[in-house]
Every structure is written in C-alpha cells, then in structure tokens.
Design a protein around this ligand. Structure first.
Ligand code: GDP
Ligand code: IMO
Ligand code: MG
Length: 426
C-alpha cells in the first residue's frame, strides 16, 4: 500500500502534530523520520493537551504502531520520561518501536550545543539546545553512538571512550569546562536507560516493509519544516537534519516509490522561532495580535515565536521541494479578528520579481514582499464543521491561496481540537 508523508512547509510549528493525529485515524503505522526532541507537537483530544517531542503523534490510537525511525536522534532519558508522562495519562506506549540505527543524544552533545551557541554570540542560531546539531555532527564524523549500542555494554563503552577522548579535549581546552566523566555517563545510559529501552528497540526497516507488503497504510511524520532543512532551508539558520519529504525515505528505510501522498502543513500566517531571515515578519500590532490570539510560544522552550503574513513564495518552493500533493491549512481561525489580510504573492529585489525563493542568500536577505490584500471575514469560524458554512471571504481566501500555489488545499484547521477541521473534499 502507498505511504503518506506529513511535512512542515514553513519554519515549524505549523500544526503537524494535530494533522498527523487526524490522518493517523486511517493508518496502521506512524513513523518519525528525523529530528529529535527539538520538536514539540501538540494534540488536543477531548480538551486534554498532549505535547509530544519524540513519540510519534499516532500513539493515541490503539490501532497504530508508533515508530521512531533510523533518521531520528534519541535522548533515551527524554524518551523514557515522555513514555512515563503519556502512560500516566492513560496512553499505552507498549507498541512503540525504536530503530536500533537511530543515534543517541549524549549529555555532552547537549552541553556542546549550548556552548557553541554562546561562542557564536550575536551570530547564534537560536537552537533549542537539545544537542541536535552535535549529535548529527558525530553521526557524520562516524563517532556517534547508536540506540543498538545500548544492548552491548562492551561496544557502548568502547565508542563512548573514543567519543569522549575527543569531546573532553574540546570541553576542557576550547571551552574551559570540566571533562565529562565516562563512568557516570555509561552508568546513566547502560544501567538506568538500557534495561527499559531494550523492549522498544527493533529492526524498524523490516517492520515498516512488512506492513507495506501486507497492504497496510504507513504515515511518515515530519518534524521541523522545509525551511529548517539542512540542505534546502535558510542555512545556516536551520536544523541539522532533512525534514523535507525525501528525508522520510532516508530516515526510515523506504524507497520513494512507496510514497504517493505528501501533505504539506501550512499555517495561515508564518511563524519562526530562533534566528534567521523572515521576509514577511511583522513587528507591529498585527504581529502582536498573531502571537496573542495564536498563542505563539514554543511548546517546549516557551520562546515567543516571531510572526508574519503568509508567504506564497515559500509555499510554492515547498510544493516543489516536497512534491506536495495537497496542503492542510492550519489556524485559519486565528485570522478571524482581522479587517483585512495580506498575502505575500512574490518577492522583489533589485527590480527583479521572484515567484520562487532566490537561491542566493544575499538576494534572499534583501527581498521585499509584494503583497495582495484580501478582505477579512470578522466571524468566529472555530465552531464550523462543514466547509460550505465558511463565510464567503474565508472561502475566497482559501481559493486564492490554492490558485496562487497550484496545490489543492484539502484540510483546513479552525481550532486546536481534534475535531476542529474542515475537509473540503468531503
Ligand atoms: P507542530 O510542531 O507543527 O506540531 O505545531 P505545534 O504543536 O508546535 O504548534 C501548533 C499550535 O497550534 C498548537 O498549539 C496546536 O494545538 C495549535 N493548532 C493546530 N491547528 C490549529 C488550528 O487549526 N487552529 C488553532 N487555533 N490552533 C491550532
Ligand atoms: P517542530 O517539529 C520550530 C529551530 C530552532 C532553531 C533551529 C535549529 O515543533 O515544528 P536545533 O535545536 O534544531 O538545532 O535548532 O531550528 N527549530 C524549530 N522551530 N519548530 C520546531 O520543531 C523546531 N525544531 C528546531 O528554533 O532556529
Ligand atoms: Mg512545534
């Protein structure tokens, strides 16, 4: 059976968690394929809020198998704490499978992330300080430690010795910090985490393929987003993995032939947390309105998100980079109170018009958005359940976006709750 990918089309926090949960209703398996606990995916079910970091957003259904794929970086302490929190809320996590090939976030990765940010000073990236970058760097350097190493204490110790031989020199000689104690890390990971982790560790490549071959539906849940992608995002202000839909293949072990549906999650306005360019950013009262009404604060870090008007140049680019087959437009209800709504339809720089994101950063950094202004609807749409009941200005807004992006908008979010969505194909 074909597989589906859910991917963020902006700079993250578009509502991937909510829409993954929604689509997972019809899925047998939900797979995270990259990133780590830098993600914060919110689900609101029957008024109860779940903020997931590592556990896939399909976990709430008993019929799905949640899988953490090989492309994810896993801090086992965080994963086990998340499992405990979910269990205390009555969610059964026993079906969870974690790839043995996923890399482990170690305590020194987290410390190095924070030290590197401090070292950069004003040029800092604004990372989540979860150790994501240093863990992927170790993976590329081939000095990383993998989840499967937890099952073999001898190999784990050997790899830890090699890694710390290097990192302790960096910590003490470059950053003037205390060295990390090998024994205490080994004890934390091998004695405290490994016994509990062992029940979840699996050959996830085989599991996913067995499901696909049996005709089951598999959903890949992206974290972060297209413009935080290491290759295609606003480098260096990006994360250290590949959130784009193609990342689902590498990060889980399936070929592109399996993927037939790619749902791009797009917020009806844009937010960004951390540093980096943002052409449609607002620093006026409308920006504050979007923060306040949209509750735009980080799920895990609590940081205030930067806000701006919807940017169709980014969405056209995201449609290409991910082969989007449809868009889910989220948080449309947050625009309810606005008299009129601006949409960036193209960029302008040095007298040239850009319909797609200019590849050169020097051009991108100076682009000016070209806006079209559409009338607002000034109506509370959060209780609407049928798309035909939308005020005409809201329906026109959606059609305008569809037309200018060239990708159908099927699902539309009108509130945080599981049931607060409209299906325009219904
Ligand atoms: P993710 O990282 O992409 O999963 O998104 P986050 O969970 O970080 O942020 C999205 C926020 O918007 C969460 O608080 C969601 O509960 C909320 N949300 C998602 N969809 C909608 C929607 O359509 N309307 C409203 N008002 N809130 C939504
Ligand atoms: P979800 O999955 C929004 C941002 C950070 C920073 C940059 C690099 O909830 O959409 P990192 O810690 O990954 O090295 O930080 O990426 N970032 C996110 N922004 N949502 C996320 O995840 C993010 N994950 C990382 O703020 O700018
Ligand atoms: Mg988030």
């Amino acid at each position: 059976m074909p597989a589906t990918v859910v991917v963020g089309t902006q700079w993250g926090d578009e509502g991937k968690g909510k829409f993954t949960d929604l689509v997972a209703r019809d899925m047998d398996m939900v797979v995270r394929y990259q990133g780590g606990h830098n993600a914060g995916h919110t689900l609101v079910v029957d008024g109860e809020k779940f903020a997931l970091q590592l556990v896939p957003s399909g976990v709430l259904y008993e019929h799905t198998t949640p899988v953490i794929g090989n492309g994810v970086v896993v801090d086992p302490r965080v994963l086990l704490a998340e499992i405990d929190t979910l269990t205390s809320k009555g969610v059964d996590c026993s079906r969870l499978k974690v790839s043995g090939n996923a890399h482990l976030i170690m305590p020194y990765h987290q410390e190095l992330d924070a030290l590197h940010e401090r070292h950069l000073g004003a040029a800092k990236l604004g990372t989540t300080k979860r150790g994501i970058g240093p863990t992927y760097a170790d993976k590329a350097m081939r000095t990383g430690i993998r989840v499967q190493d937890l099952l073999d204490p001898k190999i784990f110790r050997k790899k830890l010795d090699v890694a710390l031989d290097h990192h302790n020199k960096v910590l003490t000689k470059v950053f003037n910090r205390l060295p990390v104690d090998v024994d205490s890390v080994a004890s934390q990971y091998l004695d405290e985490c490994a016994p509990r982790m062992s029940g979840y560790i699996a050959d996830t490549v085989s599991l996913i393929h067995e499901r696909l071959e049996a005709g089951s539906e598999v959903l890949f849940e992206g974290a972060q987003a297209t413009f935080l992608d290491l290759d295609h995002g606003t480098y260096p202000f990006v994360t250290s993995s590949n959130p784009v839909a193609g990342g689902a293949c590498v990060g889980s072990g399936v070929g592109p032939r399996h993927i037939s549906r790619v749902i791009g999650i797009a917020k009806a306005y844009v937010t960004r947390v951390g540093s980096g360019p943002f052409p449609t950013e607002l620093s006026d009262e409308i920006g504050d309105y979007l923060v306040d009404v949209g509750h735009e604060y980080g799920v895990n870090t609590g940081r205030r998100r930067r806000t701006g008007w919807l940017d169709l140049v980014m969405l056209r680019q995201a449609a290409r980079l991910n082969s989007l087959t449809e868009i889910a437009l989220t948080k449309l209800d947050i625009l309810d109170g606005l008299d009129s709504i601006k949409v960036c339809v193209a960029y302008e720089a040095d007298g040239e018009r850009y319909e797609y994101v200019p590849y050169h950063q020097s051009v991108f950094h100076k682009v000016k958005p070209i806006y079209e202004e559409l009338p607002g609807w000034k109506t509370d749409i959060s209780g609407i359940t049928d798309h035909t009941e939308l005020p005409s200005a809201a329906a026109d807004y959606i059609e305008f976006l569809e037309d200018r992006i060239g990708v159908p908008i099927r699902l539309v979010g009108v509130g945080p709750g599981r049931g607060q969505f409209l299906d325009r194909a219904a």
